[in-house]
Structure formats: structure tokens, C-alpha cells
Design a protein around this ligand. Structure first.
Ligand SMILES: [Zn+2]
Length: 422
């Protein structure tokens, strides 16, 4: 008995040490990532660059573009230089540029990275006479010695867009267009603050709870990290399922308000950043110090809008992308209300998307990320929902729809239980 008690005391000590130790960064983070005061960034010059004879042209003069330089290496080989907004930085080398030639011909194109290594499969997109052509280059060869990924393309006089992800539906301007097209009475759009470059931090509120005396709140965040597009697309299908005209979604909306912040880092998205905001900061390390206007805006909006005693924040999801499909829940031992919702949701998502091989890895709540702030502020369970970088769009749709449906069911069950316990 004494031994057992001793063991319990020791394990409590270990647990509490773990949760109070100063967080300095995840294994993949660069040094000093938790210093979120503004840093100097290297602005990208927007321009059209020509190289070789006959000329090959590259342009970065569009939203979300990134290509810092372009030059000829030998007769048939050309290189696009891809550098980040500042460094050190997490390895998320975003690129997007248009390329065309004065003469149609095949060339070897190399993506030359500085401060990072090849990560995203090149996507090619072209519009000719109203028709769209797109495909993904599966066989780009990465040479770690030179830091460049090379592949062959056939140049035309019509520009082709080469990018880390297809740009349709993921730009800031696409979001503005989407929200202006909502015609449901229960959707409202607010600007809750402004980014460093004075772009609106947009909030979409879904509220059809008029008659309910008690209302639950679901919080959604996305696009703190600009290149993490597969999860942003998942978020879009997820959100559209919540606002759809189905019996389940209608039932859900009678009880739950949704507070959604689809693009927390609009400056990073517009400027084609690898990860940071316009002050060179990883926003998802700023949820303790709140040095940046983007995180401040979301924090202040959520605190202010949930003060009404009729509202109870119930769950939060922050969408991200990485090299696998993975849930990062809050450690099961951490008491949240509701408790272990993620642990109950995960098997449902996994079972309904078996080919995605979802995994889950729990973390303590010490890191200054959005999920942990939601826990600290509201005492709720929250999740970092990571989607594979290169997940195809049909799997993304399936994941977004099914996970929204299973979460709505789970939250409704939990809501009934909590109300009957009151
Ligand atoms: Zn991320």
C-alpha cells in the first residue's frame, strides 16, 4: 500500500513537471520559435524575369506567388530560386510562378531551395481558350547535394502555372468571394481585427439557435500556416457540411453556434509565405504571448463573444497539414469539459476513412499553440487536425464531410448528456 502511494506521488510529480516545463519548440521547429516579437522579413520583388535565347519567362506577379529569381543553367536547363520570407524557418517551401517561352520547347526545370528542402509535388495548371488543364508531377527528382528538385516540362507561349498546390479555392481573394456569396440567414461575417498588412481577420458565425436557452459553441481555425492547403480544403468541406440543409446539420445548428476563422494568416497566404505572418512570426507559437495582431484578434473576438452565460464553448479544431493524416489531441489525462471528446471522435474518423491510415499522438498542453489556448481559456478539449500534404481532393472531400457528420452526432449526444446533468 505504501509502495503504491509512493508510486502515485512520484507519478504526479513527473506529470506536473512535464506540464509546467518551459516549451521551447517541437522537434521540427527552428530555434527561438517561441520568440514571437516581430522579425525582419525579406520582401519578394514582384516581376517578370526572362532568361536564355529564345527567351523563357517566369512571373511572380500574382496573388500567392513565390519565385525569387530565375536564370539559365545550361542550354536546356533553367532554375527558379525559392527562398522563404525569413529564416530560420520550418521546412514548408511554398512556390508558385507562371512560366512560358517565346518558342514552344521542352526544358529541364529545377526548383532551387534555400533554407529548406523539397516538400510539395509540383502542380501544373493552364487555361487555354476557356479550358483548364492540370496535373501533378509525381517524378520530380530531388538532389539534396544541390538542394534542387528537377523535372521536365514542355513550354508553350501560353503561361503555365507551377505551384506547390493548386491555387483555386485557397487564395485570400477566393475566401472573400466565397463569403460574399453566402445567402443563408444564419451566416454572418465579421472582421474581428486586421493583420499586420491591414487585411481583415475574417470570422464566419453560424447561428440558428434562436429558441435555445443554452447554446454550445464550436470553434474552427485554419490557415495559420499558408502552405497547409490540404487541411484548408478539408476545413472547407467540413464547414460546408455544418451549414448544409440536412436533418443532422439542422439539428446541430439548433443547439450549436459555429465560430470559424478560416484564414488566420491572410498576409502569409497573399505573399506566398512558407509559414510566417508579415512580421516573420509563426502564429501558431504565439498563443501565450499574443504579440501579433492576428492571434490577438481571434483571442479577443472569442473571449468577447462567449461571455454570455447562455453560451458554452464545447470544442475547438485547428486545421493543419503535414506528411501524414494525424490527430494531435490533448493528453487523455488532462481533464477537459467535455472530457476526451477527441479520443471518442478519432475512431469514428478513422473507421470512415480507412484508406487514410489516420494515427493519433497525444500531447501535453505546454506549447503556445491555438489548441492549448482553447483549453486554457475555456477548459475544453481541442484538436490539431493534420491532413496529409498531398491528399487527393476526393479523399479530402470524403474526410471533410464524414468527420463533420460524426462530430455533429458526437457533440449532440454530449450536449444532451450535459444538459440532463444540469
Ligand atoms: Zn501547421
Amino acid at each position: 500500500m505504501i509502495q503504491l502511494r509512493y508510486l502515485i506521488v512520484v507519478s504526479i510529480l513527473i506529470t506536473s513537471c512535464k506540464s509546467t516545463s518551459e516549451f521551447t519548440g517541437f522537434s521540427y521547429d527552428p530555434p527561438d520559435v517561441t520568440n514571437t516579437t516581430g522579425k525582419t522579413i525579406i520582401p519578394q520583388k514582384q516581376r517578370i524575369i526572362g532568361a536564355g535565347t529564345p527567351k523563357v519567362w517566369v512571373s511572380n506577379e500574382f496573388e500567392a506567388a513565390r519565385a525569387v529569381d530565375f536564370y539559365q543553367v545550361n542550354e536546356n536547363t533553367f532554375e527558379v530560386l525559392i527562398t522563404p520570407e525569413n529564416f530560420p524557418i520550418n521546412n514548408s517551401p511554398w512556390y508558385a510562378f507562371d512560366i512560358w517561352g517565346d518558342e514552344a520547347r521542352a526544358i529541364n526545370l529545377r526548383l532551387k531551395y534555400k533554407e529548406g528542402e523539397h516538400r510539395y509535388l509540383p502542380k501544373i495548371y493552364r487555361q487555354t481558350e476557356g479550358l483548364t488543364f492540370s496535373h501533378i508531377i509525381q517524378n520530380a527528382e530531388y538532389d539534396s547535394a544541390t538542394g534542387s528538385a528537377s523535372f521536365r516540362i514542355f513550354l508553350e507561349e501560353t503561361p503555365q502555372r507551377i505551384s506547390a498546390h493548386f491555387l483555386e479555392h485557397i487564395r485570400f481573394s477566393d475566401l472573400v468571394k466565397t463569403i460574399s456569396a453566402y445567402n443563408q440567414d444564419f451566416i454572418s461575417i465579421d472582421t474581428v481585427g486586421y493583420s499586420n498588412e491591414k487585411r481583415p481577420i475574417l470570422q464566419i458565425t453560424v447561428d440558428e439557435t434562436a429558441d435555445s436557452p443554452q447554446k454550445g459553441v464550436l470553434v474552427l481555425l485554419s490557415r495559420q500556416h499558408p502552405p497547409e492547403v490540404s487541411s484548408y480544403r478539408t476545413y472547407q468541406y467540413f464547414f460546408n457540411t455544418l451549414i448544409s440543409d440536412t436533418p443532422l446539420a439542422r439539428d446541430f445548428r439548433k443547439e450549436f453556434i459555429v465560430k470559424s476563422f478560416p484564414m488566420v494568416n491572410p498576409d502569409g497566404v497573399v505573399n506566398g509565405h512558407w509559414r510566417h505572418n508579415a512580421r516573420g512570426v509563426d502564429l501558431n507559437r504565439d498563443w501565450k504571448n499574443f504579440n501579433q495582431p492576428e492571434t490577438q484578434a481571434v483571442r479577443d473576438a472569442l473571449i468577447l463573444q462567449t461571455q454570455n452565460s447562455n453560451l458554452r464553448v464545447m470544442y475547438g479544431i485547428d486545421f493543419h497539414s503535414t506528411n501524414e493524416n494525424i490527430f494531435y489531441p490533448i493528453n487523455e489525462d488532462v481533464k477537459t469539459i467535455p472530457d476526451n471528446l477527441t479520443q471518442r471522435w478519432f475512431p469514428l474518423v478513422d473507421t470512415e476513412n480507412p484508406e487514410l491510415h489516420f494515427v493519433a499522438e497525444e500531447f501535453d498542453t505546454s506549447s503556445p499553440i491555438a489548441k492549448n489556448w482553447l483549453y486554457r481559456e475555456f477548459g475544453i478539449d481541442a484538436l490539431t487536425f493534420e491532413v496529409h500534404d498531398e491528399l487527393d481532393i476526393e479523399s479530402i472531400r470524403q474526410l471533410g464531410v464524414t468527420s463533420a457528420e460524426s462530430l455533429m452526432r458526437l457533440l449532440l449526444e454530449e450536449w444532451k448528456e450535459q444538459k440532463s446533468n444540469n
